[in-house]
Design a protein around this ligand. Structure first.
Ligand SMILES: Cc1ncc(COP(=O)(O)O)c(C=O)c1O
Length: 492
């Protein structure tokens, strides 16, 4: 784009954003004073201030009262807590407890940790904040009554029609009546589990598995049956079949066939069809979590299992929290033959989703903005993923295994045998870096040598340096491990 066509304050903001991308101002560092910025660009202070305000809106900079402007930490959608420097950094000890994993990881959103790679989140700047703010204002100006609306009524019908079209593009023939908006996939999965199970029942999941799901299952008093999942092909059908034949009775399977969290695994279409048949033979419902499906790097979006579901045995759950607007917390589900029961459960728990946000999302989908923006987001995530994976291969000890996923925003690392990534996290936090250690992705101690990195941040020299630090800390840990005589390990 020709920058000179932009108003002056936008040109200055763009120049500063480029410097931020380049890592010239590490997160948390002070930016030039408004007067200095004005002098450097030969403009008045009001124009320089407008540039800062624009970057503030885009969450690239942070204004601190009486202190000036600072480079924003590249945290995810959760703003870093302003922490008391006297308090110790969060301890990783609580990660062992299934019930406190999510809360402990959320605590790592701390402004003393500028490089936060522990959540499945992208930098706020990746999302179309300014466009969405404009749409929100336009929607409100046209329909101010949405503020006072208790129930979404026609708005919801408009949104479900737009979602029906979206579903069709994904290969799913659904009626608008088969679709309900919800508070992210988190709500849809909770509703599905509450409907399908009773405390004490067993639910099959992939392993490694998203820690949020483990916490939900634990909260509902459910037992977990972990089925191996690989970065190559996703869930192992052989292992699932074996478990269904010889293991405890399973009520349902919750799986992420498209760019699984944490492995990034994509299940081939043949396996998706075979999984559906297997589930049908054993009479289990599939709860399909398609949270990352729209973040594909190639030319085609992967097809959901739901596209082949003829009996209504798949509860399909989708969301815009990763692909478009994290803070809207908007998702949707189509419950197949369970749909009415799920709708009743939703009505008695959260009632409905904000009519205002539903109206904005309907407009975004109808206008084609969603398709256009998610293409840009996908391209950026793909570039960040490649750069991060390459840096890991450069900086981590020999023997570290990485498989670049074909979509999503997560990179799963298998570090050399003997690695302890929980200990590594405890050492990385004072160096200002966080990641999700392998221990949180299973109820069993299976992945203590693994870790998950978010690739949602722009790849900057600061990020490269942080990955080099992690690699060095891990190499030191492994060297120390070799120095300890074998006899000093506790007997197995
Ligand atoms: C696999 C998976 N499912 C669901 C969620 C939560 O989705 P939502 O934000 O739509 O509730 C996440 C968030 O990271 C996730 O990784």
């Amino acid at each position: 784009m020709n920058r000179t066509a932009l108003p002056r304050y936008q040109q200055i903001a763009a120049a500063l954003a480029a410097q931020l991308d380049h890592g010239d101002y590490p997160p948390g560092s002070r930016l030039p004073a408004v007067r200095q910025l004005a002098a450097a660009h030969g403009v008045n202070t009001l124009t320089a201030l407008a540039a800062y305000r624009l970057l503030e809106q885009q969450q690239r900079v942070e204004a601190r009262p009486r202190a000036g402007f600072f480079a924003a930490a590249p945290a995810g959608s959760i703003a870093p807590r302003r922490s008391d420097p006297a308090l110790p950094l969060p301890s990783t000890a609580a990660l062992v407890d299934l019930n406190s994993r999510m809360s402990t990881l959320l605590l790592l959103a701390d402004d003393r940790i500028p490089l936060q790679l522990h959540m499945a989140e992208a930098a706020p700047a990746l999302y179309p904040s300014t466009e969405l703010a404009r749409r929100l204002q336009q929607t409100l100006a046209r329909q101010p009554e949405l503020i006072g609306a208790h129930l979404p009524g026609n708005t919801q019908r408009r949104l479900t029609s737009a979602l029906q079209q979206l579903a069709q593009q994904r290969g799913m023939a659904l009626r608008a009546d088969d679709i309900l908006p919800c508070h992210g996939i988190t709500e849809a999965i909770s509703l599905a589990l509450r409907h399908l199970t009773r405390p004490g029942d067993t639910v099959a999941v992939e392993t490694p598995v998203y820690f949020g799901l483990l916490q939900t299952l634990q909260g509902l008093g459910l037992k977990v049956l972990e089925i191996p999942c690989t970065a190559d092909a996703g869930l192992s059908l052989e292992a699932l079949e074996f478990a269904l034949r010889h293991g405890p009775a399973v009520k349902c399977l919750v799986c992420v066939p498209n760019y699984q969290n944490p492995t990034g695994g994509l299940m081939p279409d043949d396996n998706k069809r075979a999984l559906l048949q297997l589930a049908r033979r054993h009479g289990i419902t599939i709860v399909e979590d398609d949270v990352f499906g729209d973040l594909y790097y190639g030319n085609e979006r992967p097809t959901p299992i739901k596209a082949w579901d003829r009996d209504g045995e798949v509860i399909y759950c989708s969301s815009f929290t990763k692909s478009y607007a994290p803070s809207f917390r908007l998702g949707w589900f189509s419950g197949g033959r369970h749909h009415q029961a799920l709708a009743r459960l939703q009505a008695s728990s959260t009632l409905t989703v904000s009519p205002l946000l539903q109206a904005v999302l309907a407009e975004v989908l109808e206008s084609g903005d969603y398709q256009r923006t998610s293409q840009r987001i996908r391209q950026q995530l793909a570039a960040q993923m490649h750069a991060t994976a390459d840096a890991v291969l450069r900086h981590f000890p020999k023997g570290t295994r990485v498989r670049k996923p074909q979509g999503g925003m997560l990179l799963w690392l298998e570090c050399p045998p003997g690695s302890d990534t929980t200990q590594l996290l405890q050492q990385a936090l004072p160096a200002g870096i966080s990641f999700a250690p392998g221990v949180v992705f299973s109820a069993e101690p299976r992945f203590d040598h693994c870790l998950r990195l978010s690739c949602g941040q722009p790849f900057t020299p600061a990020l490269d340096a942080a990955l080099a630090t992690l690699g060095r800390l891990l190499a030191l840990q492994l060297a120390r491990c070799k120095d300890v005589p074998a006899a000093s390990f506790p007997p197995r």
